[in-house]
Design a protein around this ligand. Structure first.
Ligand code: NAD
Length: 293
């Protein structure tokens, strides 16, 4: 294997967004404008960029959006009051509080305060349960939902495949594993994590490897069975003096080493990243549809 298929996340995301645009138009024709509220507490520069692009994407699709920027010293009670107000706002169908909040905020309590019918991140316990129950009215976290779209778009056969998900976070690893093991995907799934023994051997069993760890270029060529499909969720900044910014982005997979060994792989950037925002728009439409009927 030396010419892997590079799974183009930008192209797949563009298709998803095109579908979103026509669905938004259909909803608007029925008098419903999808609305998303994004709450940012503090001035974390990466969070500001993420929030900015979410709001911009809403504008491109003709959604109503509200960006609520709160100072870093906002109290838990003040933040919860903002969430309650958004829960009651009929113009708003989706609410997300950008992660990570400042350390004095109890993120779990904030997630639980969001009306689960507006929880377009899919982090509320009710939506976690719906994912496990395979209830389609729940919201699936955007990044793993995007990974599944990429597998579909690349023609990857998940039915009966051995899948290894590296990482067990509630944002990526666990929901990814649930999606892969669901009756839609039918994969046989292993979740590996920081305490797993011999990760390389576990990973080598897989027809599909999903890396969601946050360790630059951790997954090496000898972790990959020849012909496997590799989905790299990681976004890591590493120093690069040749760049004007002084850094570049790499995934959790050593792309140059791994790519020649696999049948398909997502690049970083341009793989999973663009899918996350596209799936957020899709979830907002789902919320608008479900709340308005
Ligand atoms: P996290 O820190 O919450 O979880 C990381 C997981 O990796 C943990 O479950 C941990 O057990 C596991 N882990 C840590 N070190 C390990 C090791 N040495 N070996 C095996 N497992 C190990 O991170 P997260 O939120 O799941 O994000 C993971 C990566 O994905 C990060 O790089 C993040 O930036 C990226 N990410 C990308 C997107 C996107 O849109 N593309 C979205 C979310 C997260």
């Amino acid at each position: 294997m030396d010419t892997p298929k590079v799974i183009d996340g930008k192209a797949v995301a563009a298709q998803v967004l095109e579908e979103c645009l026509s669905e938004a138009e259909a909803l608007k024709a029925k008098g419903v404008t999808p609305g998303l509220a994004v709450v940012l507490v503090g001035e974390d520069p990466a969070s500001q960029v993420y929030v900015g692009s979410k709001v911009k994407k809403c504008g491109e699709l003709g959604f109503h959006s509200e960006k609520i920027t709160l100072p870093a010293e906002t109290s838990q009670e003040e933040l919860l009051a903002v969430v309650q107000k958004l829960n009651a706002d009929p113009m708003i169908h989706g609410i997300l509080v950008q992660s990570p909040p400042p350390p004095h905020i109890d993120e779990e309590a904030v997630v639980r305060a969001i009306d689960p019918r507006k929880d377009v991140d899919g982090f509320h316990p009710e939506n976690v349960a719906k994912l496990a129950l395979e209830d389609p009215t729940g919201f699936v976290p955007c990044t793993p939902a995007g990974c599944i779209k990429l597998l579909e778009a690349s023609g990857t056969q998940t039915n009966g495949a051995e899948a290894v998900v590296i990482g067990r976070s509630m944002i990526v690893g666990k929901p990814m594993a649930l999606l892969l093991v669901s009756k839609k995907s039918n994969a046989t799934v292993t979740i590996a994590h920081s305490r797993s023994k011999d990760l390389a051997a576990i990973s080598r069993r897989a027809d599909i490897v999903v890396a969601a760890v946050g360790r630059p270029e951790m997954v090496k060529a000898d972790w990959i069975k020849p012909g496997a499909v590799v989905i790299d969720v990681g976004i890591n900044r590493i120093e690069d003096a040749s760049r004007k910014s002084g850094y570049r982005l790499v995934g959790d997979v050593d792309y140059n080493e791994v790519a020649p060994r696999c049948s398909a792989i997502t690049p970083v950037p341009g793989g999973v990243g663009p899918m996350t925002i596209a799936m957020l728009m899709k979830n907002t439409l789902q919320a608008a549809r479900q709340l308005s009927c």
